[in-house]
Design a protein around this ligand. Structure first.
Ligand SMILES: NC(=O)C1=CN([C@@H]2O[C@H](COP(=O)(O)OP(=O)(O)OC[C@H]3O[C@@H](n4cnc5c(N)ncnc54)[C@H](OP(=O)(O)O)[C@@H]3O)[C@@H](O)[C@H]2O)C=CC1
Ligand SMILES: CC(C)(CO)C(=O)C(=O)O
Length: 305
């Protein structure tokens, strides 16, 4: 099975490297200084599950250099989706599966629009990582889980077999991926909005009475919107989210909070911004998410250079 990882960052670089370590045939579509560093000096993973150094990786900025593959793992940031999706043509073979591990609820549709006829599947991951410096991924925590629907294609069975050999990476096949993606969207929009706007790890937020109310409000707005949009979340979801947050290290924060700290562009348009727009469509007030969206909009394109 040939795999191309499009976007070799915190998620794509980490997952791709773990698949190579397990014996997979993986190439990266990358760009800029990170691509240069990977080609010159290999790919280094600093990970709580054990470090890894791959001295020789297959990587290019041009999908045509890689050619048709069986599986595309799509892991660019949401603001880069349109451009990266439009470049996928040369990676497509007759039965290529495109698996997006991006956050939010919009990527599958965007990819289908750009690659008509391709099989596109949405997956969710709870891995937490970022590019430490060009050529290096830092895997800081989260769960090693990647959740994928059990039905899209035979290639998923092959991926599962490969993941069984992998370190720090677990593939879980689920029957209802739609619920998984909505649960993650609601949880993440609150977690990313809260930890970014309040510039804090989750621990101090849960210890502060007012801050805790705010992040709960973000969670509850998401729950109401999911139900109104026809994707009601299961009984006890709110309590389970709180238990999951309480179990995280006090310093735990979202990838968007990390991006804000580094002056990088933000995915807020597709997270709190998406909640804000869903609220307008459904006639449900979203004062929490609307505030997060409007406040972080100022930083959405990154720090002035
Ligand atoms: N990081 C995390 O902890 C988690 C992230 N996610 C989701 O995963 C997705 C990916 O996030 P993350 O891994 O953090 O992102 P990163 O920014 O770390 O990595 C994305 C990489 O893709 C590159 N890229 C963007 N467009 C192209 C292109 N057209 N061709 C080649 N390379 C390209 C970027 O280059 P450049 O650096 O030049 O922009 C960057 O190196 C997001 O949707 C995020 O929400 C989900 C769970 C956890
Ligand atoms: C689940 C979590 C919080 C990290 O794995 C995430 O998706 C993110 O930070 O973007």
């Amino acid at each position: 099975m040939r795999i191309a990882v499009v976007g070799a960052g915190g998620i794509g670089g980490y997952v791709g490297a773990r698949l190579i370590q397990a014996g997979g045939d993986v190439s990266f579509i990358a760009r800029g200084a990170h691509l240069e560093a990977m080609l010159r000096g290999g790919l280094r993973i600093r990970s709580i599950a054990g470090d890894l150094f791959l001295s020789d990786v297959s990587a290019s900025a041009e999908p045509a250099d890689i050619g048709p593959v069986d599986l595309v793992i799509f892991t660019v940031k949401l603001y880069d989706t349109e451009k990266a999706a439009a470049s996928l043509g040369p990676l497509m073979g007759g039965k290529t599966l495109i698996l997006t591990l991006q956050n939010g609820i919009d990527s599958v549709e965007t990819l289908r629009r750009h690659v008509p006829g391709a099989t596109v599947a949405g997956g969710a991951t709870y891995i937490s990582g970022f590019i430490g410096q060009p050529g290096e991924i830092v895997h800081v925590g989260g769960l090693p889980h990647v959740l994928v629907s059990e039905d899209p294609a035979a290639v998923v069975q092959e991926l599962e077999a490969l993941c069984r050999l992998a370190i720090g990476l677990e593939l879980h096949l689920v029957t209802d991926i739609d619920s998984v993606l909505w649960e993650k969207f609601v949880t993440l929009a609150a977690f990313s909005g809260g930890t970014s706007l309040m510039r804090s790890g989750i621990g101090p937020i849960l210890e502060d009475a007012e801050a805790k109310i705010f992040i709960e409000q973000l969670r509850d707005e998401g729950i109401a919107l999911a139900a109104a949009a026809g994707h009601p979340l299961s009984e006890g979801f709110a309590d389970r989210v709180m238990a999951r947050w309480a179990a995280l290290p006090a310093s735990g924060k979202s990838s968007m909070a990390n991006d804000l700290e580094r002056g990088k562009p933000l995915e807020v348009e597709w997270l709190s911004g998406r909640m804000h727009r869903l609220g307008l469509q459904c006639g449900i007030a979203t004062p929490g998410h609307t505030s997060v969206y409007r406040a972080l909009h100022l930083h959405a394109t990154g720090a002035p250079r």
